[in-house]
Write a protein that binds this ligand. Structure first.
Ligand SMILES: NC(=O)c1ccc[n+]([C@@H]2O[C@H](COP(=O)([O-])OP(=O)(O)OC[C@H]3O[C@@H](n4cnc5c(N)ncnc54)[C@H](O)[C@@H]3O)[C@@H](O)[C@H]2O)c1
Length: 328
């Protein structure tokens, strides 16, 4: 694909996954319009630093523009789509995070479902057909069958966040059916690496261990996650943008293919930091699923997706980045 002909709106650009996606698109020669509203879910300075890293990417001076706006502002979104000659959208902005969604279900429904719908509607009006959106492994809820495949039943989410992501997938199907839009829903499995959201476990535990504090471990340590390194996720996002016209509407799992349980996760971080973690067991939290594990058969066959970074190597890279960039 000739990326130099593409002008892509990337939402959530000051966030973790979208910032790496912007850099990958710039490296391929695309023009990128990054959009973010610096949602207060985690501190603005963290996001400003993320944005500054995008601006240092070769090509960013000429081919990267940033817009501060809220995806729920329909007027602003319609204006943006009519001003910019976009070829596609990679929509990664969201209220992310499972546990806080129990406190603020309405906010999650607004930003995730209403915001996504506003964006799809703005894209439809501007005749922008290609639309990639972030979904989540959380849509699988506590399904017993592993690994989780795209064809599995996902009618039993267990958090407002998970339900909002499934609702976006369904609304995506509507826009494909009615307007022939090319829609991909990417079910990300716990993503980690440099610039990871500070509320996520690996980033939090790195900070706790480096300060010799005690890690609160929810449950008995046997819950597991199919952690996925950021570069692998971004490769899948880019491939989905290239391939979605062949499918019209498609859901793809993007996982790490190597679930790690919580105890092993903590031990690995300790090993990488060269410290013995101190752990205090707490009760399992409501809304948390017991395990995630991606079946990658479809994404490997259709996207050529193949994660290559091991968990320990990824943690090492995240630690090297945290050591350099976060106040110690
Ligand atoms: N990180 C993971 O492990 C993971 C797993 C599954 C799915 N996801 C999904 O991937 C996407 C990116 O996640 P992330 O971890 O990079 O999160 P992030 O919070 O770092 O990035 C999301 C960005 O969206 C922005 N945003 C929020 N509301 C907005 C609004 N109304 N208008 C404009 N911008 C807004 C935020 O300011 C933030 O910078 C999200 O859709 C998330 O639900 C992430």
């Amino acid at each position: 694909m000739d990326w130099s002909r593409h002008r892509v709106l990337v939402t959530g650009a000051a966030g973790f996954i979208a910032s790496h996606t912007c850099q990958a698109l710039l490296a391929r020669g695309a023009t990128v319009i990054g959009l973010d509203d610096f949602d207060a879910y985690y501190p603005r300075p963290f996001k400003e630093r993320t944005l500054a890293e995008i601006r240092k990417t070769p090509g960013a001076d000429d081919r990267f523009a940033f817009v501060e706006a809220d995806i729920c502002d329909a007027t602003a979104m319609n204006q943006l789509f009519s001003d910019e000659q976009l070829t596609g959208v990679i929509h990664l902005a969201a209220r992310a995070g499972v546990r806080p969604s129990l406190e603020q279900p309405k906010r999650y429904a607004q930003v995730n479902l209403e915001g996504t719908t506003i964006l799809m509607e703005a894209a439809r009006r501007a005749n922008v057909k290609r639309f990639i959106m972030a979904s989540s492994s959380s849509v699988y809820g506590n399904n017993e069958k592993v690994p989780f495949a795209e064809t599995d039943d996902v009618s039993s989410p267990i958090s407002p966040y998970a339900a909002s992501k499934r609702a976006c997938e369904l609304m995506g199907h509507v826009f494909h059916h009615l307007y022939d839009m090319e829609i991909a829903c990417l079910r990300f499995f716990t993503v980690f690496g440099p610039r990871q959201r500070p509320d996520l476990a690996i980033a939090k535990f790195i900070e706790i261990i480096r300060r010799d504090q005690t890690i609160p471990m929810f449950g008995d340590g046997t819950t597991s996650r199919d952690y996925t390194y950021i570069d692998d996720i971004v490769a899948g996002v880019v491939a989905s943008y290239e391939k979605v016209p062949d499918y019209g509407y498609r859901i793809w799992n993007l996982g790490g293919n190597d679930p790690v349980n919580l105890k092993e996760m903590i031990a690995t971080i300790g090993r990488v930091l060269g410290k013995e973690p101190r752990v205090e067991q707490r009760e399992m939290q409501a809304g948390d699923v017991s395990r995630t594990y991606a079946d990658l058969t479809r994404s490997t066959a259709e996207l050529g997706y193949k994660p290559t970074t091991s968990f320990e190597e990824g943690v090492r890279r995240q630690w090297n980045w945290a050591r350099e960039h976060l106040a110690g």
